[in-house]
Ligand binder design. Structure first.
Ligand code: ZN
Length: 696
């Protein structure tokens, strides 16, 4: 690990943040350098600080501590992400014998110079008590590989000599801060402290010194490990052949992980999955020691919140038989849940505390030949868990190859997992209705498709936009600009394409729960003159495309076995056809009927199928309806009006004089997808009220 410190870069930071002062500018710069190394800090693990002085309202100089606030990421931190606290009241806390976590947080907030600033790190007191101006703290992988050993202390001593102090395990917060400063005071010449099974702290009088000490110590640990493992595979590998690709088994895994809620309206809570399969992970998943290491405790305590303590290692999965695989996964996940519940009960009883048990579902699975699979309530949660698991696997391989990996004890882990402050980190606002769900929308780049996608995203779903027009698809996904939205090119009239689109969704998110059958085309022409090719074009997309999409949706949802929702975007023409619109009206009527049959067949597997009958949606300026651009002139001619008068014509013909938008169609789709009512086979008109087209 090399120092990335550059004096020119530092000068630029000092210029940019001249108002905030040199100390804070320097702190921002080297905090970002630390944050840029994923081997040092991952998702909020790690924090930095600087002590400086500030002028109060009376013009007096006061000592302040700027420390990382919760919610900021070191890699992109700004001065505001390092709120200032009055140092003196924090230092006085050291005299206390004990301090509860809630009280500690209250005292820290009370010391904030700006009471509206973000809550300071839970490791604030560690930064406050150490006297150096700059303090850097990380959970570096290479350091953890050394400390997470039965003889971690002597290994650290052997490598670093007396340059660092060794701090035995203590819960982060007051206890750790106190013990760390006591150890420092016994030998104030040390340049850093290694925290058992937790991480590294370095310090210095200036930003460069503290940062470079950090990089140097971590780099030295890393070279030591590399020297020990050079040229050999560190674990004993067993040959593993995965007979299937991840995308083929993803929905089976996802179905097995889903939690039965007992709520008839929403019977399942689902997870988004994220698969990782680097060489290192595949090696781990195939290794003799894999199951034992996967079951061992996390490398650093706060990971337990994201990944739970134990990863679920599935030995010799029956990939060849998906039904057997599903059964096996369900059994193992059930077993994991019940053993988690026992762990919870055991610790609550031993510690005589009252806690509410968290969801006992595993968050990381290891599948030989496939890799590791992380589960999260949202895509972001799944990715965070996967990032952590990747680093964990590597660190455990290192630890096992230089000695024997040893994590925290069960009791220590429980304290961390059920720590009130950590629980607060996870507390979120009201859960979005479609959180954890994945929707696939055909005709996704069109005006209605984009509107539907936006509403689904707003409701918390992840969305796969499927469209035949690649350029339009790219434009729509860019306009939407959300990492939960994936564009996939697919011609709905091609069965291979349709299957691939569902597999793409499985690869990215783990499966599909909501399918919106929306792709459609129109051709204008009186029956007496209608070309067969025009009729066939409409039937191909509107009817055959709907069939292929419904077939694949029902097939995949049956395999996933957690129910689901299909919404078919139909049309008012099914009930009230128009002249010179035979190809469209007939092909859509066929699709409509298929949707009703799908409702009959889907009920047995918990799949609801409903229809939305929209009237002319012309789209918005940035995404005009392709269908209407094509058929608009013909429809206008059939009505004896100019093309630009068409939208107004449609608005005026409905009872409510409403302009029907893609957003309206999207909200109707979301209504069905959320299972607000026990409804299937229903038709919901979104047309401003057209008596001729009232469903009957
Ligand atoms: Zn820490």
């Amino acid at each position: 690990m090399e120092s990335r410190f550059g004096p020119e870069e530092l000068a630029r930071y000092r210029e940019r943040y001249s108002e905030q002062g040199e100390a804070l500018a320097d702190r921002v710069y080297t905090s970002r350098l630390i944050g840029a190394e994923p081997d040092l800090v991952l998702h909020g693990g790690g924090n930095t600080s600087v002590k400086t002085s500030a002028r109060d309202l009376f013009g007096r100089d006061v000592r302040v501590l700027h420390v990382k606030g919760s919610g900021s990421d070191l890699a992109r931190i700004e001065p505001a992400g390092l709120p200032a606290l009055l140092l003196q009241p924090l230092l006085e806390l050291r005299a206390l014998g004990a301090l509860s976590d809630e009280n500690m947080v209250a005292q820290q907030r009370r010391a904030l110079v700006d009471p509206t600033a973000p809550t300071p790190s839970i490791e604030t007191l560690l930064h406050a008590f150490l006297p150096a101006a700059f303090v850097d703290h990380s959970h570096a992988d290479a350091i953890l590989a050394l400390t997470n050993q039965p003889d971690g202390a002597s290994r650290v001593r052997a490598l670093f000599g007396s340059r660092v102090g060794w701090v035995p395990w203590a819960m982060p917060g007051f206890a750790l801060a106190k013990s760390a400063v006591e150890i420092f005071e016994k030998d104030p010449d040390v340049v850093g402290l290694v925290l058992e099974k937790h991480g590294l702290v370095t310090f210095g009088d200036d930003a460069k010194t503290s940062y470079e000490r950090h990089i140097e110590l971590v780099g030295r640990a890393r070279s030591f490990i590399d020297g020990q493992t050079e040229g050999r595979r560190p674990l004993d590998a067993r040959p593993v052949v995965a007979m299937r690709e991840w995308k083929e088994i993803a929905s089976v895994v996802r179905g097995a992980l889903a939690v039965r809620t007992g709520d008839l309206e929403r019977p399942f809570r689902r997870f988004v999955l994220e698969k990782r399969s680097s060489d290192e992970i595949l090696h781990f998943a195939a290794a003799e020691q894999g199951p034992e290491l996967a079951a061992s405790a996390p490398i650093t305590p706060d990971h337990v919140i994201r990944t739970k303590g134990r990863y679920l290692f599935i030995e010799r999965p029956p990939y060849g038989n998906l039904e057997a695989l599903a059964t096996r996964l369900r059994e193992e996940i059930e077993e994991y849940r019940s053993s988690y519940a026992k762990y919870f009960d055991r610790n609550v009883a031993a510690k005589r505390v009252e806690r509410t048990m968290l969801d006992p579902t595993p968050r990381v699975l290891v599948l030989p030949g496939i890799g590791l699979v992380a589960a999260g309530a949202t895509r972001r949660d799944a990715r965070i868990a996967a990032d952590i698991a990747e680093h964990t696997v590597r660190t455990k391989i290192w630890a096992a190859s230089i000695g024997r990996y040893e994590g925290l004890s069960e009791g220590e882990l429980f304290d961390m997992e059920y720590w009130s402050l950590e629980q607060a980190k996870l507390r979120r606002d009201a859960q979005a209705k479609l959180e954890g769900q994945v929707a696939l929308v055909t005709g996704g780049a069109g005006a209605i498709g984009e509107g539907v996608a936006r509403e689904l995203l707003r409701a918390g779903a992840n969305v796969v936009l499927v469209d035949v027009d690649e350029a339009r698809l790219a434009a729509a996904t860019e306009r939407i600009g959300d990492e939960r939205c994936l564009g996939v090119r697919c011609d709905v009239t091609d069965e291979g394409d349709v299957r691939d689109a569902f597999l793409h969704a499985a690869e990215r998110f783990g499966g599909v729960d909501v399918v919106v059958v929306n792709a459609g085309v129109a051709r204008v022409g009186a029956l007496a003159d209608l070309a067969l090719s025009d009729f066939e074009a409409a039937v191909d997309v509107n009817l055959k495309g709907a069939f292929l999409t419904l077939r694949e949706a029902l097939f995949q949802l049956r395999r996933q076995a957690t129910g689901g929702n299909i919404v078919l975007v139909s049309t008012k023409n099914v009930f009230a056809p128009g002249i010179e619109f035979g190809a469209y009206s007939a092909s859509k009527a066929g699709a409509h009927q298929l949707g009703r049959v799908a409702a009959l067949e889907g009920a047995a597997i918990g799949v609801r199928v409903n229809l939305v009958n929209a009237d002319a949606v012309f789209g918005e300026a940035e995404n005009r309806s392709g269908l209407w651009q094509e058929v608009g002139p013909g429809r206008a001619a059939a009505r004896g009006i100019a093309p630009e008068e068409l939208e107004e014509f449609y608005r005026n013909r409905n009872l409510l004089k409403a302009r029907v938008t893609a957003g309206h169609v999207g909200r109707a789709v979301v209504f069905f997808a959320c299972q607000e009512t026990p409804t299937t086979g229903a038709v919901l008109p979104v047309d401003g009220g057209l008596p001729d087209a009232f469903p009957r």
